[in-house]
Design a protein around this ligand. Structure first.
Ligand code: ADP
Ligand code: MG
Ligand code: MG
Length: 258
């Protein structure tokens, strides 16, 4: 079992226009183990993507207080690639396009980076795994052979992020608004992929603005984020309550002014 812990995390970003730092995360606490799926819901601009970037180690997001621990070890000093090798994966809200690197090359490199030099994945094994996962996601070889996300539609990018997830098999995956811009059929395919990953060695933090995704990927725990911190946690029923009452309901109930 692996464990990811976020402790009293405060994160600032630099406002380029004003040249000043502003605090976005104001003390996030979160503990998750492999085998669990957690969802974070919250209004736009509350810091959900900031949390995912800080966990993954994007240097634009400065940790000013608190810690992020993987299996009890602080990962704050580690660059993104080291965090990835340690088993963290981020599917971004806006996946980047990278010319000159094909999807296949990217996935092979990512898989092998997590394995010892004398234990690299044989090509045949890789191709077999790729076929298997593409089939679950209704994807073709043609997409995998294209440059990373280049010319992909929004839905194809999201599907491709899930393909990477299924190939790389990280311990923890943060899925940032993987549902945004997906029609219902694409949403089902993406959910099928994530559900296929469920198991003792896999944990996921699913960030979403809407409850709809959580009908397909049923989380163990739901957290509500407001004003840069988690203000409420509960079971899947919390997502339904949010759908009915909106974020304003939570705000009123807790007497928050965020
Ligand atoms: P959410 O994902 O919940 O919609 P974000 O984490 O994207 O929220 O953004 C939270 C706040 O931080 C917003 O006010 C946003 O403008 C600001 N922010 C996020 N990233 C940056 C950045 N790289 N530079 C400047 N401001 C940022
Ligand atoms: Mg947003
Ligand atoms: Mg976001």
């Amino acid at each position: 079992m692996a464990r990811l812990e976020v402790k009293d995390l405060h994160v600032s970003v630099t406002d380029e226009d004003k040249g000043v730092d502003k605090e976005i995360l104001t003390g996030v606490n979160l503990v998750m183990n492999t085998g669990e799926i957690h969802a974070i819901m919250g209004p736009n601009g509350t810091g959900k993507s900031t949390l995912s970037q800080a966990i993954m180690g994007n240097p634009a997001y400065k940790v000013t207080q608190g810690d992020i621990l993987l299996n009890g070890e602080s990962i704050l000093g580690m660059p993104v690639d080291e965090r990835a090798r340690k088993g963290l994966f981020l599917a971004m809200q806006y996946p980047a396009e990278i010319a000159g690197v094909t999807n296949v090359e990217f996935m092979r490199a990512a898989i092998n980076a997590r394995r010892a030099d004398d234990d690299q994945m044989p090509v045949m094994e890789f191709m077999k795994l790729l076929d298997e996962k593409q089939e679950i996601l209704d994807m073709t070889d043609e997409m995998s052979e294209r440059y990373l996300n280049e010319g992909f539609s929004g839905g194809e990018k999201k599907r491709n992020e899930i393909l990477q997830l299924m190939m790389i098999q990280p311990n923890f995956a943060i899925l940032d608004e993987i549902d945004s811009g997906l029609d219902i059929d694409a949403l089902k395919v993406v959910s099928k992929g994530v559900n296929a990953m469920r198991g003792d060695n896999f944990g996921s933090l699913i960030i979403t603005h809407y409850q709809r995704l959580l009908n397909y990927i049923v989380p163990d725990t739901v957290h509500v984020m407001m004003g840069g911190r988690i203000v409420q946690s509960g079971g899947p029923e919390l997502a339904e309550k949010l759908e009915d009452e909106g974020y304003a309901g939570v705000r009123d109930e807790l007497g928050l002014d965020v």
